[in-house]
Design a binder for this molecule. Structure first.
Ligand SMILES: [Zn+2]
Length: 479
């Protein structure tokens, strides 16, 4: 802060009227904020209607772990050492907002909720305009100021409504998991093969895909590997809301066709389900597909469940699901040398070494051997029997009942009006229980060739012919 800015500060200070704070103390506090931000923030160049004399045409981003109160704590300790009076937190915050609005804390990074993202951006833009108008042109643009104020109120109201909805929806999942937890504890349940609909209980299952991993992978990552795409492996998790266990499906490249979520859930119910009559299935919105609705209706018709509720969580506000255990897998994966699918299974199993919460399930082997049978659900369910649910993307809760085959009751949110829809073209014509088996698509010839040419050199000798064998189809001859 130079001399001219000090003068400006005095003028500003007078006009704002921090009557309770002595000027000298206020100046010391603002100087501390500025110096701290200079050392700890990242400066993003761009127009910001900051306040002279300290404003810059840029935004200063402090780490998300730092807020005004933490900086005030540091300031307080420093001022005490000087033996000078401390400006109270409330005044410290007001002065920060008034003199240094361009210094902000970075928001913590989470999955993106588009609605939150847009309304946050809009709020920021309008409040910047509002602040700039209020400070720079008091009295000249009162009407504009009033309109901006009204817009801010409107955005705040919408944000509050969205936050209320999120709270209500998340409470629903917490409630389900808590109830399920009590049942599991009372009956000492564990995941394992059980006869379908053999226990009159309600269970909650959360399922979702994780980000894919690549193998071979080495913590001492050889530099050139960054230029290539090694063999891909997808992870899909199903966890029970009532017990801290998760089945993690390890899906090698080419092992599953599209819409494979149904195959995996079908395998889970047959091999790990506890035989409940009623189930709550919770997932992220990316799995909201018609084929999954048809599959639920099909289970009802064959009385594999008597009641099924399918819920899709709000993206970006997801508090349940398999993400936690996937995070542990990712952490372990980064530290372990992984050459084959069984190494990945080992990483999944050892991601919680003491409690073994993560159960690995290979969907197939590198040579194409199938361990989780693939069925042609799309062919079996959709073509002749079922019809798509209209505007499926608007709805978040779907209920199925064995008493009403083919019927689905859908709601946009927990308290919304239900919509009843018949999924079957003809309620008297229903798909049979026998589903045609499908051969996995396998690794494409182009990818086989790529793996052989580019990735094979990164594999150890023992696994070279397992992960990157010579391509099975002959190379095309160029003329
Ligand atoms: Zn949101």
């Amino acid at each position: 802060m130079d001399c001219s800015s000090s003068d400006l500060f005095e003028t500003e200070f007078e006009s704002y009227g921090f009557s309770r704070v002595p000027k000298e103390d206020a100046m010391r506090a603002v100087r501390f904020m500025l110096n701290y931000a200079e050392d700890h923030s990242i400066i993003l160049r761009g127009l910001h209607p900051g306040r002279p004399p300290f404003a810059e045409v840029s935004t200063w981003k402090l780490p998300s772990s730092t807020n005004k109160a933490t900086v005030w704590g540091l300031y307080k300790d420093a001022v005490k050492k000087l033996g000078a009076p401390v400006v109270e937190l409330i005044h410290f915050k007001s002065m920060w907002e008034y003199f240094l609005p361009q210094i902000v804390s970075e928001e913590p990074q989470t999955d993106l909720c588009l609605q939150c993202h847009h309304s946050k951006q809009k709020f920021r833009e309008v409040s910047c305009q509002f602040r700039a108008n209020r400070l720079a042109q008091v009295g000249t643009k009162l009407l504009e100021l009033e309109n901006l104020g009204l817009e801010l109120c409107k955005i705040s109201r919408e944000r509050q409504q969205h936050a209320d909805l999120v709270k209500k929806e998340n409470f629903l999942y917490q409630e389900m998991n808590a109830k399920c937890g009590m049942i599991c504890e009372d009956l000492h349940l564990s995941l394992g093969p059980s006869r379908p609909a053999s226990r009159k209980i309600t269970m909650s299952y959360n399922f979702d895909f994780a980000q894919e991993v690549h193998y071979p992978s080495d913590p001492q990552h050889p530099g050139p590997m960054y230029f290539f795409i090694p063999r891909k492996c997808q992870l899909f998790g199903v966890c029970c809301g009532g017990m801290p266990k998760q089945v993690s499906y390890i899906i090698d490249e080419g092992m599953l066709p599209k819409k494979s979520v149904i195959n995996l859930m079908h395998h889970f119910f047959n091999n790990y389900g506890v035989g409940e009559t009623c189930a709550n299935l919770n997932s992220s919105a990316q799995n909201r597909i018609n084929c999954l609705l048809w599959y639920c209706a099909w289970r009802m018709m064959h009385r594999l469940h008597l009641k099924l509720d399918l819920h899709f969580r709000i993206t970006g506000h997801d508090l349940s699901g398999p993400d936690l255990l996937f995070g542990l897998v990712k952490q372990a994966f980064r530290k372990t040398r992984v050459q084959t699918l069984s190494d990945i299974a080992g990483v999944v199993r050892d991601s919680t070494p003491d409690k073994q919460l993560n159960i690995p399930q290979l969907v197939g082997l590198e040579d194409g051997t199938v361990l989780v049978e693939t069925y042609d659900w799309n062919q079996h369910l959709c073509t002749r029997y079922f019809r798509p649910f209209p505007h499926i993307e608007r709805y978040r809760h779907f209920s199925f009942d064995a008493q009403r085959p083919g019927m689905v009751v859908a709601k946009e949110h927990r308290d919304a009006e239900p919509l009843v829809f018949q999924l079957l073209h003809n309620p008297d014509v229903r798909p049979s229980a026998d589903i045609p088996v499908q051969t996995p698509p396998g690794v494409s010839w182009l990818r086989q060739r790529y793996l052989f040419d580019k990735i094979r050199k990164f594999c150890s000798d023992e696994v070279k012919d397992i992960i990157c064998p010579p391509p099975k189809a002959p190379r095309k001859k160029t003329v």
